[in-house]
Write a new protein. Structure first.
Length: 147
């Protein structure tokens, strides 16, 4: 997973620190294989259902089944790459903050905080889309002192 996570966070050292927008087709084509590996790993660790994985990525359950089965050969869209990047950032941040078991359980724990409104992080990310995913990623980063 670490190689895939590293590929999602930037390119050459001079480019690091600049936000990755995934705007160019060539960037998305280059990063899609690593993103798909990371997403399959993340889905397994978080024990996502097909509906949850599809909801998080903004795709149909059928498309998720093809991704999971390695039959999907397309390039992720900019929206899908943003979602993948946010989820991978949450995954990585949680594993830096907690032991593996707790890191993977955290996304299933109901949270009464204002960011979650008594939803689990998975439910909140699905319900609030990319903006919610980014907020949750920032929340995890803040918990570990990264902000």
């Amino acid at each position: 997973m670490s190689q895939a996570v590293g590929l999602m966070t930037g390119g050459a050292p001079a480019e690091r620190g600049t936000p990755q927008t995934f705007a160019t087709e060539s960037d998305r084509a280059r990063l899609t294989p690593a993103a798909l590996i990371a997403l399959r790993t993340l889905a397994q660790a978080w024990k996502l259902t097909a509906a949850e994985a599809a909801g998080l990525l903004g795709i149909s359950a059928t498309t998720w089944d093809r991704i999971k089965g390695r039959a999907w050969k397309q390039t992720l869209s900019q929206d899908q790459m943003m979602r993948a990047s946010a989820m991978i950032g949450v995954f990585k941040g949680l594993h830096l903050l907690f032991a593996d078991d707790m890191a993977d359980r955290w996304v299933r724990l109901r949270n009464a905080g204002p960011l979650f409104a008594n939803l689990t992080p998975i439910e909140a990310m699905i319900e609030h889309g990319i903006p919610g995913m980014i907020e949750i990623r920032q929340h995890v980063d803040a918990l570990r002192g990264g902000l």
